[in-house]
Design a binder for this molecule. Structure first.
Ligand code: HEM
Length: 143
């Protein structure tokens, strides 16, 4: 497994530093504004946004580092999200893209060259995994 993106991703988080603070709230505001049809699914965004943002970064970092638990993490967040709506791989891709774009914008000139591409490679691979996870029939989809 190619783990060459992991150091650059870690360095980019270092570069982001304190500018990470408040990012989850900004991400949720923007994501919900861009996807108004999903707004009703976000019942308690203040409770969810920090965890959702942290776990998104963890999944991408874990994948880059070749961690054994990444496939389980993907299955877990897919099952979890069937509690809210029937999101598509395209929705996950849009969320990852927004996270990457927002980190780069916040870090500004400190964002290392090539960092967005490194994050994007993990996003692409995670979205491919999302598309292959079979539907857990025990988890009802809330429309
Ligand atoms: C890697 C991608 C993602 C991860 C790791 C993730 C993780 C999480 C976590 C940990 C929560 C909190 C659950 C709880 O409070 O117990 C959450 C909530 C939620 N997520 Fe995600 N999420 C991801 C992507 C998405 C995407 C793409 C969407 C929409 C298209 C989405 C929609 C939601 C909604 C609607 C909630 C509930 C929010 C609320 O209660 O207000 N998530 N997510």
């Amino acid at each position: 497994m190619d783990q060459s993106d992991a150091p650059l991703m870690a360095a980019s988080l270092e570069a982001l530093g304190d500018r990470y603070n408040g990012m989850a709230a900004a991400l949720f505001d923007r994501f919900i504004a861009d996807h108004p049809h999903y707004a009703p699914a976000f019942l308690n965004p203040e409770a969810a946004r920090e965890r959702m943002t942290r776990e998104t970064l963890e999944a991408m970092l874990g994948l880059a580092a070749g961690e054994w638990w990444v496939d389980d993490a993907v299955t877990n967040f897919i099952d979890l999200h069937h509690n809210y709506a029937d999101f598509t791989p395209h929705d996950y891709a849009a969320w990852f893209a927004l996270v990457i774009e927002t980190m780069a914008k916040r870090a500004g000139a400190d964002w290392p060259a090539g960092a967005s591409d490194a994050w994007q490679r993990q996003s692409d691979e995670l979205v491919a995994k999302v598309a292959t996870v079979s539907r857990n029939q025990e988890v009802p989809v809330r429309a």
